[in-house]
Design a protein around this ligand. Structure first.
Ligand code: ADE
Length: 254
């Protein structure tokens, strides 16, 4: 899979692409990331990539010329490619969008800076606009790395254990169960006995129940999308019946 990233700060990507899972995927040839410096396509003595907004107001806007020329320089895959603009105005990124993207051979990520990107870039070239959350970053670079990282985990061969990405949180719309490793007792807290039992069926059952409990307590909205079987529904019913409608500490507000 190939990502072409348009940015005025290509150096921001170097540590990310060198280390960890993305670095390994690049070394193994599973991931090809090409950084395109928008400034290389700016003209004039100062090579400016931004300008004041028409109509006045604070901040600067990225000029369309350099981005358009940078996009034009990218060799496009004949089987199709997608141009994504990273912006707080886009649809909110999630695991299902990560899966969509992972099926593509070429994705072009346009990182905006300043107040935004000239609207004509969006109108002429952009296929999809994505935000990584309801907050404003100084630019799209961190968002591009978030997207590449979550997509990269889904490419077969990028993770050590092939199954691990299927067990991630959100893969089946549930949060993950709690994890434990050595030591067996830490600061007086013991690893749950069942995890030491060696009984894999019981451990699986315990983990599923803990995942359901966590999701119910922290993100009940996810349960509506989750694939739940009869046993899950029975466990959820049990969790619900053990949860006070109004927790004691909030009784005054109920
Ligand atoms: N650029 C600035 N803020 C952003 C966000 N939340 N998501 C994606 N790109 C951005």
């Amino acid at each position: 899979m190939r990502f072409d990233v348009l940015t005025i700060f290509p150096d921001m990507f170097s540590a990310y692409l060198r280390d960890g899972i993305a670095g390994r995927a690049v070394k193994r040839g599973l991931l090809d990331v090409r950084l395109v410096n928008i400034r290389d396509f700016a003209r004039g003595a100062h090579k400016t990539t931004d300008d004041r907004p028409y109509g006045g107001g604070d901040g600067m806007v990225m000029r369309p010329g350099p981005i358009s020329r940078a996009l034009g320089s990218i060799e496009r895959n004949s089987r199709g490619s997608l141009v994504i603009l990273l912006t707080p105005q886009g649809e909110t990124f999630n695991q299902s969008i990560a899966w969509d993207i992972s099926s593509l051979e070429q994705v072009i990520l346009v990182c905006g800076r300043y107040e935004g990107v000239d609207e004509r870039i969006r109108l002429l070239f952009v296929d999809r606009e994505i935000s990584i959350g309801d907050y404003v970053l100084s630019g799209g670079e961190l968002a591009a790395m978030v997207i590449m990282d979550s997509v990269c985990r889904l490419i077969p061969g990028t993770l050590g254990g092939e199954k691990s990405s299927f067990e991630d949180s959100f893969q089946d719309s549930l949060l993950e169960y709690p994890h434990y490793t050595r030591p067996r007792v830490f600061e007086g807290l013991e690893v749950p006995e069942i995890l030491l039992s060696g009984d894999h069926a019981r451990i699986r059952g315990w983990r599923r129940k803990e995942a359901l409990k966590r999701t119910f307590e922290r993100r009940p909205d996810l349960l509506a999308k989750a694939k739940l079987d009869d046993e899950d529904l029975r466990i959820l019913e049990q969790i619900r019946s053990q949860t006070p409608a109004c927790p004691p500490e909030a009784e005054a507000d109920c």
